[in-house]
Design a protein around this ligand. Structure first.
Ligand code: TYD
Length: 146
């Protein structure tokens, strides 16, 4: 188990053997009129209770910066691209999302930061529960101590 300061300042690595990166490829119905992808309850491993999306994101900003105690989330770059930096307290991995038919599952207990949003990026989030502020851990030290 690395020390808190080591994990806070560790260089981001992309490790294929991590179980933090759980990408799910969505069905893609290709058509001359445009492609269509669908997310249903049996596409992702939780019951969908809420959907929200982040858009009109100014260049250079970072979002996220929290973990959840119980919430599961599934993130899709509906348009453009962005990086999701995941930290389980032991290792940090960077995942680039840039396909509207590939989403990232984030389980509870994972600190996440979203950054490097491209122009026009739209981040769709499918969540396993309604919004509960008490489910958030927004302090990195508190997360690393938990
Ligand atoms: P927050 O989760 O902090 O956004 P991010 O992690 O992407 O930076 O949410 C930003 C604000 O929006 C905060 O005031 C809470 C509010 N909010 C809701 O009211 N309902 C929701 O479903 C979400 C996700 C956020």
């Amino acid at each position: 188990m690395p020390k808190k300061e080591e994990i806070k300042f560790k260089v981001y690595t992309m490790e294929n053997n991590t179980n933090m990166i759980q990408l799910i490829t969505l069905p893609k119905i290709e058509d001359r009129r445009g492609n269509l992808s669908v997310i249903e309850n049996d596409t992702i491993p939780f019951e969908i209770k809420r959907i929200y999306y982040v858009y009109d994101i100014p260049s250079g900003v970072e979002r996220g910066g929290h973990s959840h105690k119980n919430l599961k989330e599934f993130l899709v770059a509906l348009s453009g691209s962005f990086d999701v930096v995941l930290n389980d307290g032991n290792q940090i991995v960077n995942v680039t999302l840039n396909k509207p038919n590939v989403g990232l599952l984030i389980n509870p207990g994972i600190w996440r930061e979203l950054k490097n949003f491209s122009s026009g990026a739209v981040c769709l989030v499918v969540a396993s529960d309604v919004y509960i502020e008490e489910d958030y851990i927004r302090d990195l030290d508190e997360f690393l101590d938990s």
